[in-house]
Design a protein. Structure first.
Length: 583
C-alpha cells in the first residue's frame, strides 16, 4: 500500500490524492504549509491527517481576532512572578513555543482570522526557527518543527488577507469542492447509508446551492450529510428530504443581498430542480446534473453556450481569456448590456460582474483588520492579559493590594468614519463606473468594522449607503452598478450630503473623500461646504489646469490632501493607500 493510500485509509480521506501528495512533500522538506479553500472542503482533515501520519505532536490554535501574541508564545504566571520574580518556572509556554521545543506541528485553523500583530510573531520561527521571548531569551526549534495553517479564500469577506511577508513563507495547497462521486462517497462513509439514489439526491441538492443565482455562497458537503441523516429519521421519502433541507440548509447558505425571494422559497426551488422527476419512494432520479463550467470557489454556474449568447451583445477583446477577465468586461459594459437582455440573463451577468469587481478590490488589499493602539487599564473581569511590570510598580511597598492595583493590557481599535463621494455624471459612464465600484468595494472591505457612507452625485446627490446603515459589500457594488451616469456635475450637493453623513458618525476620526475630475457645472459654492469638513481629501482625475487648481483649493479648505491620477484605473489603489495613511 502506498503512502497516500495509507493516509486515506487510516484517516478516512476520500480522494484528494494530488493534494495529499503536495502537502506531504512540503512537510517532508521542512517547509510550512498553507491550505486554502472554502468552508467544508476538508482543510482541517488534510492538515491533521498529514501531521498525525508523520507521528509528530500537534499543537492546535484556532484563529480569532481576540487571540494575542502571549497566547501564541507564552506568558508569565502572575502569582509565581509576585513570589519568585521573572524566573523560568513562572513562564507558561504557548502553543508556538511548545511546538518549537518538541519538534512538533503548530496547526493554525483559520489563520486569516488572527490579528496581524499575532500573525507577525510567526515570522522569525518560520525563517530562522527561533524566537526571542522577553525575560526568557531565545527559543530554538528542534528538528521537525513546522507550521500548517488553513484559511478561507480572500473572497470570503468575513476574513482578512494575511500579510505578504507571512504568505511568502508558506507553500500553498488549494482545495475546492470535490467531484460528485467523491462527495457521494463521503456522505456514504459519514452516514452509513448505502442507497445510492438517496445519496445522489442529497449531494445534488448541496451542489445545486453553489450555483443558484439567488445564493451568494452555497453549502459544503456537511449539508448533504445532515440532509441524509434527517431524511432517514423523518421518513425516507421526497417529503422527508424537503423537510430535512429546510432544517439543514438555512444555517449553511447565504442569500444574495438583492435576492427577491425569501430563503424558504429559494430552498424549495433548489429541491424542486433536483427532485422534480423523482419517484417518491425509490429516489430514482430521472434528471442528470447540468453540463456547466464552475468559476472560482463560489461556483458561479454558466451554461456552455454562455459566451455565445453574450457575444451577441458584447464585443470581447481578443486577448480576454479567464473568467475574471470576462467578468471585468461585463462590469465595464453592464449599464449597456442590462438593457439588451432578459431578467434572468441580466441577473447572471450582474453576479459575474460583481464578483469581478470584488476580486479586483481584494487583490490590492493587504490585511484588512484596522490597526489598534495598546492601552493599559485597571483590571476588569475577563481581561486576562496582565501587564506584570506595571502591576509590580503599583503594589511595590504595599502589604496588601486591591483589584485596581492590577493593570491589564487591552487593545482598542482605531475608529474611522468615512464618506466617499463619487462623481457619476455623464462623463463617468462605462469603465469609469466599474472602476468606481472597485473603489467603493475597497472602502467597504477596509472599513468593514467602522462606519462609512457612499454618495454619488450628478445633477443631484444620491445616498447609496448611510453612515449607520448595515449593508453588505456586494449590495454596495450592485447599487453603484445600477446608478445611471447622466446629468450635470453638482459637487456642492455631493459635498453637502457627505458632510451631513459625517455629522451622523457616532465615534472616531471623520474623513470625506471625493472622486472628481474637478469640473463643476451645477451648484453654487462647494468651497463653502469644503471648509466645514473635519478633513476632506480629493482624488482628482487629471484635466484642465483650472480644474486642478479648483481641486487643490477644495482639499486645502478641507484640511486634507489632493491626489492627482492620470488614469481612472489608478483610483482604487490611491483610495486604498489614502485609507492606510489615515489609519
Amino acid at each position: 500500500m502506498g503512502e497516500i493510500e495509507e493516509i486515506q485509509k487510516k484517516f478516512g480521506v476520500v480522494g484528494r490524492e494530488k493534494e495529499l501528495e503536495k502537502a506531504l512533500s512540503v512537510i517532508k522538506v521542512s517547509r510550512h504549509l498553507l491550505i486554502e479553500g472554502p468552508v467544508g472542503v476538508g482543510k482541517t482533515v488534510i492538515a491533521l491527517a498529514i501531521s498525525n501520519h508523520l507521528n509528530k505532536p500537534v499543537y492546535r490554535v484556532d484563529g480569532d481576532e481576540r487571540y494575542t501574541e502571549q497566547k501564541l508564545t507564552g506568558w508569565f504566571d502572575p502569582p509565581v512572578v509576585l513570589k519568585l520574580g521573572y524566573v523560568k518556572e513562572a513562564f507558561i509556554p504557548g502553543q508556538l513555543t511548545m511546538a518549537m521545543q518538541n519538534g512538533g506541528v503548530l496547526f493554525i485553523n483559520e489563520l486569516n482570522r488572527m490579528p496581524e500583530a499575532v500573525q507577525n510573531v510567526l515570522l522569525p520561527s518560520m525563517d530562522e526557527f527561533k524566537i526571542e521571548i522577553p525575560k526568557i531569551g531565545r527559543i530554538n526549534a528542534k528538528s521537525g518543527f513546522t507550521i500548517i495553517a488553513t484559511q478561507n479564500p480572500r473572497e470570503f469577506i468575513a476574513t482578512s488577507a494575511i500579510s505578504e511577508a507571512l504568505r511568502d513563507r508558506f507553500e500553498l495547497v488549494t482545495l475546492d469542492y470535490q467531484p460528485e462521486e467523491e462527495e457521494i462517497e463521503i456522505v456514504r462513509l459519514r452516514t452509513g447509508v448505502n442507497d445510492h439514489n438517496l445519496l445522489k439526491a442529497v449531494v445534488l441538492i448541496a451542489r445545486a446551492t453553489r450555483g443558484h443565482p439567488d445564493i451568494r455562497r452555497g453549502t459544503s458537503i456537511r449539508a448533504a450529510i445532515s440532509i441524509c441523516m434527517l431524511a432517514l429519521q423523518l421518513g425516507r421519502n421526497v417529503d422527508a428530504i424537503r423537510k430535512a433541507c429546510h432544517m439543514a440548509l438555512p444555517t449553511r447558505i447565504e442569500l444574495m443581498e438583492d435576492a427577491k425571494k425569501p430563503l424558504p422559497n429559494v430552498i424549495d426551488e433548489v429541491v424542486d430542480a433536483v427532485l422534480e422527476k423523482t419517484t417518491p419512494n425509490s429516489f430514482e432520479l430521472k434528471v442528470e446534473s447540468q453540463d456547466v463550467d464552475v468559476k472560482k470557489n463560489d461556483a458561479i454556474i454558466m451554461p456552455q453556450n454562455f459566451m455565445e449568447v453574450l457575444s451577441k451583445f458584447i464585443k470581447f477583446p481578443s486577448d480576454e481569456g479567464g473568467g475574471e477577465e470576462v467578468g471585468w468586461v461585463l462590469a465595464q459594459q453592464y449599464p449597456e448590456v442590462k438593457l439588451k437582455v432578459d431578467e434572468n440573463l441580466r441577473k447572471v451577468i450582474k453576479r459575474i460582474a460583481i464578483k469581478a469587481i470584488l476580486l479586483r478590490a481584494l487583490e490590492m488589499l493587504g490585511p484588512t483588520k484596522r490597526s489598534a493602539k495598546l492601552k493599559r487599564v485597571i483590571y476588569q473581569f475577563g481581561k486576562d492579559e496582565i501587564d506584570l511590570d506595571s502591576t509590580l510598580e503599583q503594589i511595590l511597598g504595599k502589604k496588601e493590594y486591591q483589584p485596581e492595583d492590577i493593570i491589564v493590557e487591552t487593545r482598542e481599535k482605531k475608529k474611522l468614519s468615512c464618506a466617499l463621494i463619487v462623481d457619476t455624471s455623464l462623463s463617468m459612464a462605462g469603465e469609469k463606473l466599474a472602476v468606481a465600484a472597485v473603489g467603493a468595494a475597497v472602502l467597504a472591505l477596509k472599513l468593514k468594522d467602522d462606519n462609512y457612507s457612499l454618495i454619488t452625485f450628478e445633477t443631484d446627490a444620491r445616498l447609496l449607503k448611510g453612515m449607520n446603515e448595515s449593508k453588505g459589500v456586494e449590495s454596495v457594488i450592485s447599487d453603484l452598478l445600477e446608478t445611471p451616469a447622466t446629468g450635470h456635475t453638482n459637487i456642492e450637493d455631493g459635498l453637502r450630503t457627505g458632510l451631513n453623513e459625517l455629522e451622523k458618525a457616532r465615534t472616531g476620526e471623520r474623513l470625506g473623500v471625493i472622486i472628481t475630475d474637478g469640473e463643476c457645472t451645477r451648484g453654487y459654492h462647494p468651497e463653502e461646504v469644503a471648509i466645514r469638513y473635519p478633513k476632506l481629501c480629493v482624488i482628482m482625475i487629471e484635466g484642465p489646469v483650472q480644474n486642478l487648481e479648483f481641486s487643490m483649493k477644495l482639499a486645502r479648505l478641507g484640511k486634507g490632501k489632493m491626489y492627482k491620477v492620470k488614469d481612472f484605473n489608478e483610483v482604487p489603489n490611491v483610495l486604498y493607500n489614502l485609507l492606510r495613511e489615515v489609519a
